[in-house]
Design a binder for this molecule. Structure first.
Ligand SMILES: O=C1C[C@@](O)(C(=O)O)C[C@@H](O)[C@@H]1O
Length: 162
């Protein structure tokens, strides 16, 4: 059986986790989050790739690549590159990005939306997401534990895609 492949995407400013507004986002760094995520994936016998970018277009390219498409996909690698599930913290793009939404819908890969903070308890502009109505699940307010919860859920409940 094909192993599940999960792609964990973090959007703008999440490279500053641990330094940025620690009263909201905590003191764990993105490197810690990604290391723990990789260890967890190994225990669950799934493949995990991580990607962080501050650039909307780079995130769109990475999502297309997850389907074996787009400018960064290696030719004839469609099967090998295809991921089963995307876990995405779009950061501020949550509240603005039609393009990232369109990319996720375009590749038709199920995704889990995650936020470290409880966006609904914050400023009103954070209450709307361009992703939540299409996400398989939405996690927010669990702190960085939300990443572990998302991986656990994806590994147990989402089928291998193709
Ligand atoms: O950058 C972020 C991080 C965030 O996605 C979170 O993880 O809580 C919440 C967003 O509103 C914010 O722009």
């Amino acid at each position: 059986m094909t192993r599940r492949r999960i792609l964990l995407i973090n959007g703008p400013n999440l490279n500053l986790l641990g330094k940025r507004e620690p009263h909201i986002y905590g003191s764990t760094t993105l490197t810690d989050v990604e290391t723990q995520a990789r260890d967890q994936a190994t225990r669950l016998d799934i493949e995990l790739e991580t990607f962080q970018s501050n650039h909307e277009g780079a995130i769109v390219d990475r999502i297309q690549q997850a389907a074996g498409w787009g400018p960064n996909a290696a030719a004839a690698n469609e099967e090998r590159e295809r991921v089963s599930v995307i876990i995405i913290n779009p950061g501020g793009l949550t509240h603005t990005s039609v393009s990232v939404r369109d990319a996720l819908l375009g590749v038709d890969i199920p995704f889990v939306e995650i936020h470290v903070s409880n966006v609904h308890a914050r400023e009103p502009f954070r209450h709307h997401s361009y992703f939540s109505d299409k996400a398989t699940a939405v996690i927010c307010g669990l702190g960085v534990y939300g990443y572990a919860a998302a991986i656990e859920f994806a590994a147990r409940h989402l089928k291998v895609n193709r």
